[in-house]
Write a protein that binds this ligand. Structure first.
Ligand code: LLP
Length: 443
């Protein structure tokens, strides 16, 4: 079957240029590091558009499809504009994500609001800005959303988020569809929720069901099981409540290739399983073909991103590891310390030099656990070399912090030998701009 972009460790435009340096989107990474400083997030536009095309091609045989990009993976004005122009809608989970997508100019009717504890203010904003779907997660939200919609004389279009009880083999913290999960209605609670919607919450219009089973998924069968459960529920609700629901949202989750040992399926493989399972379930449970929503995040944006760091100090532990320190770490990429996530890296100014030593890439933050890559073979490294860590487009900037009061890096978008800043580096003034000193403490 055709390969897709999420199966590559590096952005699709990566090459070694005539200077012997790594190049992405026609831009020399060493020159980018000099021009913009490090740490630097670099995002390749061609790679983003290439995976979008993979998704569109892969699902083209099921025309009733709504592709939503899960903004939590990376949410900026520029990336939202690219994805919107590629025809994607957005899964959002906060006022911040709603506002960013709105300000990017994307059509709000293609936005779906997820989350297990949406606040009054967030629901209010979402209704005001015309968010197209709410995936309602719990009983409190049903009543709150109904109340707010009523006060505005509006109807909120909703899906019910359910917990299908599927365990997928990924890190425990990024599994979400198993029964003991904080997300969604348990299968045994669906009828009560539907009953309330039909009989009490008259400002809510239920369109279908939503589930999300986890992230960085490599197995395809879990999607088959998930679809079977969702379609079965649609048929059961029709029988019990004479309710024709015509939407199912199967969430995101497709994995990416961080290192050689990761073997994620292609968009074509999962689309094949998803469409076949859907058609089989439609036939089995005798329902009309529903509109299918998918909401991938990581697989859309991860491969497009790399992070550049400058190598600083090093330490050879006698009879132990060799630590090489970079000028970033757990605040710009918390994934290794949170999930023991593994990454691949190369030296941007000598990508073709043979590997000479095993080193551990340490971050600059004041924690022993701040290690970006534990044990990687690299050429002999010198201070000032530029390290390029691959596959950092997803859940890096979006999970970044100001730990140790360090400014977040900036992000540049590269394409056609051109680089544009899409997120500016924070300044020292930015860091203190929200601090307030009470009068009695002033000098
Ligand atoms: N839809 C829902 C309802 C979700 O909760 C998520 C991710 C997605 C879609 C997108 O999933 P993706 O296609 O990106 O796998 N911070 C973790 C990942 C957390 C994912 C949370 N939910 C990490 O860095 O691995």
């Amino acid at each position: 079957m055709r390969e897709s972009t999420n199966q590559s460790i590096k952005p699709v435009t990566t090459k070694v240029n005539e200077k012997g340096n790594l190049e992405i989107g026609g831009c020399d990474l060493v020159e980018l590091a000099e021009k913009y400083g490090t740490p630097l997030y670099v995002l390749d536009e061609v790679t983003i558009r290439s995976i979008c095309k993979d998704y569109k091609d892969a699902f083209s045989s099921y025309p009733k499809i709504n592709m939503m990009y899960a903004s939590k993976a990376l949410c900026t004005l520029a990336t939202s504009a690219i994805l919107s122009k590629e025809g994607f809608g957005f899964d959002v989970v906060s006022a911040g994500e709603i506002y960013t997508v709105y300000k990017s100019g994307a059509p709000m009717e293609k936005v779906l609001f997820n989350g297990n504890n949406k606040s009054f203010d967030e629901l209010n904003l979402a209704l005001d800005l015309g968010v197209g779907r709410f995936s309602v997660d719990n009983f409190l939200e049903l009543s709150l959303l109904n109340e707010i919609a009523k006060s505005k004389n509006k109807t909120a279009d909703i899906l019910l988020r359910i917990t299908p009880g599927i365990e997928c083999h990924t890190h425990e913290y990024i599994q979400t569809g198993h029964l003991d999960s904080k997300f969604g209605f348990d299968l045994t609670q669906i009828d009560e929720a539907v009953d309330l919607i039909l009989n009490e919450y008259t400002n809510l219009k239920l369109h279908g069901l939503h589930a999300h089973i986890g992230s960085q998924i490599f197995e395809t069968k879990v999607y088959h099981d998930e679809i079977e459960i969702l379609v079965k529920e649609l048929a059961r609700l029709d029988e019990k409540f004479s309710l024709k629901l015509d939407e199912i949202n199967i969430g995101g989750g497709l994995g990416v290739k961080y290192t050689e040992k990761d073997l994620p399926p292609s968009t074509f493989e999962i689309a094949d399983v998803i469409i076949k399972s859907l058609n089989a379930s439609i036939e089995k449970y005798k329902i009309d073909p529903p509109t299918l929503f998918i909401e991938p995040g990581r697989s859309i944006i991860s491969t497009a991103g790399v992070t550049l760091y400058t190598i600083g100090s090093s330490k050879q532990v006698p009879k132990g590891k060799k630590y090489i320190a970079v000028d970033g770490g757990m605040a710009d990429n918390p994934r290794p310390s949170m999930y023991r996530a593994e990454y691949f890296a190369q030296i941007a100014n000598k990508p073709e030099t043979a590997a000479a030593e095993d080193v551990t890439i340490a971050g600059r933050y004041c924690e022993s656990g701040d290690v970006l890559i534990d044990n990687i073979k690299l050429p002999l490294i010198e201070e000032g070399d530029i390290l390029c860590v691959f596959n950092t487009g997803a859940y890096n900037y979006s999970m970044a912090s100001n730990y140790n009061r360090v400014q977040k890096p900036q992000m540049v978008l590269v394409n056609n030998s051109q680089s544009d800043i899409i997120v500016m580096r924070e300044t020292l003034e930015d860091l203190i701009s929200h601090d307030v000193v009470p009068d009695r403490l002033k000098y």
